[in-house]
Design a protein around this ligand. Sequence first.
Ligand code: WT7
Length: 641
Amino acid sequence: MSLRLQSFKEYQEAQRTAKNDPDGFWDGIASQFQWIKPHHQTRSGSLQGGDLKWFVGGRLNITVNALDRHAIERGNQSAIIWEPNDPNHLGQTLSYKELYERVCDMGAALRASGVQKGDRVILYMPMTPELAVSVLACARIGAIHSVVFAGFSAQALADRIQDAGATVVITANEGRRGLKIVPLKSTVDEALEHCPTVQLVIVQRVTDSSCAMQVTRDVWFSEFLNRGTGLPCPAEPMDAEDPLFILYTSGSTGKPKGVVHTHGGYMVYTAYSFANVFQYERGDVYWCTADIGWITGHSYIIYGPLLNGATTMMFEGIPTYPGPDRFWAICAKHKVNQFYTAPTAIRALMCHGEAPVQAHDLSTLKVLGTVGEPINEEAWHWYHDIVGQQKCPIVDTWWQTETGGIMLSGLGSLSPQKPAHAGLPLPGIDPVLLNPDGTELQGDDVEGLLCISAPWPSIIRTTYGDHERCLNTYFRPYPGYYFTGDGARRDADGLIRVIGRVDDVINVSGHRFGTAEIESAINEASIAVESAVVGFDHPIKGQAIHAFVISESALDEAQKQVAIGDVLEAVEKGIGKIAKPARVQFVQGLPKTRSGKIMRRILRKIASGEFDQFGDTSTLLDPSVVDSIKIDAQTTWFTAP
Ligand code: WT7
């Protein structure tokens, strides 16, 4: 398989081909995979209609391409290297043959338990090989996996289980993160009190602690596997457009939505983008530090690398345990060649200085990647100079859960690079910048709304159970374009820098939260009458959350302390610790327009310490509210430790 472009000239040629003959371009890539039946039409539908289908009529199973092919051709090569939380524990390396066998065992056991094509399976797990095996086992039998990040609360988990109508949950008794133990099974138990559809809970034993098991519902992972013993596990023939997974992500309104990706298009695009962005060469060891609970883990720990027959690392722990050199110790130990992480992790590790990096031999590194949020220049230079010793290109990869794969990025060292710029699109991807009125900004040195003007194979197909919402969010705001929700700038050389969200989405440490979902969690606190949250710049997290809360009655200092605790607890309960506001400020009113809409723009200014020039406030119902919030803001907000 040769998906990889090897020079900037080849990149430019591919871009031209993709523009002039998009169907031919994507067909050429698709033809490098194993299909049970080839497609008869490359693409149907349009961005206008939000009804895109790719490789129409094609039949395949993504796991045949990710596993079987390599198990036959290079069975003994390492597929997954697993590094445990505790460096003194034994790690694991699974060859392609072993991974294939374990996926088939799990798939057979799921089938033997009655799990069928199209059923939804929730995975709420720590970063263990069993998680990767479970993801692939679902795909193999055509069940739709939905991984829920193990930091979400019981309530958030229940919301997702219910929305997906899942019948099976796979979890662990506990997870390990540094010195912390995460009680996963008890959280699942709590969630399932509200989820009658779930009939089966499979529990991996990660720690020695016991946990409650319901005999008719719960089974240990190791015992569960016996159900498939001796049974073959042929891959389920899937239509190219059959759903592969649902992954929940936050939007500006309402509850998180289930982004749906499919077998065919997602396979083609994740494999293609992985090969090119990371310039992966046979035998390299590639490591992405994301959690599989996010899209980055789906596309670039599991599917993209395995589709390319790569060796992909999985890390159970955290960057600072047992010390702030853990990432670099792992890179040296496994001779990592491509390393992919988030700006927030880089900034956090930067605080520990250069010594932890210099303590390890990082000479095997060839490409460094970042993802999840804009990277600031200081962090970019530290990554480039200290970690990469000025020898590794940095690929600043811009994409989204909804795009399925990387859209804007350098390709290893082939492309021009500029600090804090994602740069150029991958061939086949057509980014444009729009004015708010929907007209395209021409030329360079311009700033606008980032949209994509041509379809690509791994574009979001729908939001599970609510296609209208998908159309309203991505396809209707600017007809004929996919709307990203991001603002971006194209510099004088045509390189793109993504600036950040233009909607009510807050990006904390590379994790997306909608203002509406946080506010509705806060409003569950009995003290809170109403609330509004905004993001403000944070030196490590990128952004952090400032919550303005109207309390039931005026609070004295002591009552305020209790009330703050209640607000934080409500967010932890409704979403999870990761969404906790860094600041809580009690206010008497919120700046609302006559039609009842909160003017978040004003709150954003106050949260960033700007107390004047609020622009036009004439539509506010009660402009005096702003003054009282300002006065409070200077004296009385709470800042989390
Ligand atoms: C949002 C998508 C895609 C994997 C992780 C996050 C922001 C992502 C970059 C980047 C600037 C970035 C955008 C985007 N974002 N990568 N390289 N530069 N911003 O996935 O949770 O779907 O979030 O993350 O705002 O819209 P996600």
